[in-house]
Design a protein around this ligand. Structure first.
Ligand SMILES: [Zn+2]
Length: 281
């Protein structure tokens, strides 16, 4: 029996994996400052755990240590394996979107495409690079930080410290700043579906920024497909992004899809990272 965690800025998701099946799946709120405590509390509830896979937002190195997570203060220079070693010896940690990509390789669009990128749209903007059905992690484990590529010399200062990052244009809080009403993107989505012009314009703007960034990634990596994931990805963004990307002159067709594994992909991927070595390049 394996335990998988997916730590994000808003929620911690976790699940039990047994005989290649996700048996149990739960969500608790993320309390910054009490994350390790929460993990320990959950782990102690289960017996016979053979291993723990952790997916987390932020820069996670090959030593199972998180160096920095722009939206979670507690997770700076925290070694997950060390912090949990008295409860379980077999612990591995990976960036959350890289974990999602592992789930995609094994169960999702990896069955259809060999080369693709994953972009997780949420509080932040995360990414992952898949080459020949293997996840590319880079020299430190930090590859695929698409959210922190610059799309403008101007723009707000990003939480990473730079100015003009993609995340500083379309990260949840940044894009909401440009909307006069006090609504979350889920409400704006509902209103856009009903035909509300202001709400539709928010997603148009969102998709414009996104397509500029995607054109950069396509020019660098030449993928067959782009998989959009995360809580903010939706059909309206998909539609406008396809339209705007056509205007970016990338001279080739790229398929864009929304992941079918939005919610559970991080947990499943964390366990895949723990168990299966042949998914990493
Ligand atoms: Zn940034």
């Amino acid at each position: 029996m394996y335990l998988g965690f997916d730590i994000g800025g808003t929620n911690i998701k976790y699940g039990i994996f047994e005989n290649d099946n996700l048996k149990e799946f739960n969500i608790v709120k993320t309390v910054d400052g009490r994350i390790i405590e929460t993990l320990r509390f959950i782990i102690k509830r289960y017996k016979n755990i053979e291993g723990i896979g952790i997916a987390s937002a932020g820069l996670v190195n090959f030593n199972n240590e998180i160096i920095f997570s722009p939206n979670i203060k507690e997770l700076r220079n925290v070694n997950f394996k060390e912090s949990l070693k008295d409860l379980c010896q077999n612990v591995k940690a990976i960036n959350d979107v890289n974990a999602m990509a592992l789930c995609e390789i094994k169960y999702g669009y990896g069955r259809k495409y060999k080369n693709f990128i994953v972009l997780a749209l949420g509080t932040g903007v995360g990414g992952a690079i898949v080459i020949n059905r293997r996840l590319y992690l880079g020299s430190n484990g930090f590859a695929g930080e698409f959210g922190h590529t610059k799309i403008s010399l101007k723009g707000s200062r990003c939480k990473c410290g730079r100015r003009g990052c993609l995340e500083a244009f379309i990260g949840r809080n940044y894009i909401l700043k440009s909307f006069s009403q006090n609504l979350d993107l889920h409400d704006i989505y509902k209103n856009a579906k009903k035909g509300d012009k202001d709400s539709i314009n928010i997603f148009k703007k969102y998709s414009k920024y996104l397509s500029i960034a995607l054109a950069n990634f396509v020019n660098i990596l030449d993928p067959e497909a782009i998989i959009l994931s995360g809580g903010v990805a939706n059909d309206i963004i998909l539609r406008f992004t396809k339209r705007y990307l056509k205007r970016e002159k990338i001279y080739r067709d790229v398929n864009i899809h929304i992941s079918k594994y939005k919610n559970k992909a991080g947990v499943i991927g964390a366990i895949l990272y723990l168990k299966e070595e042949n998914l990493i390049l």
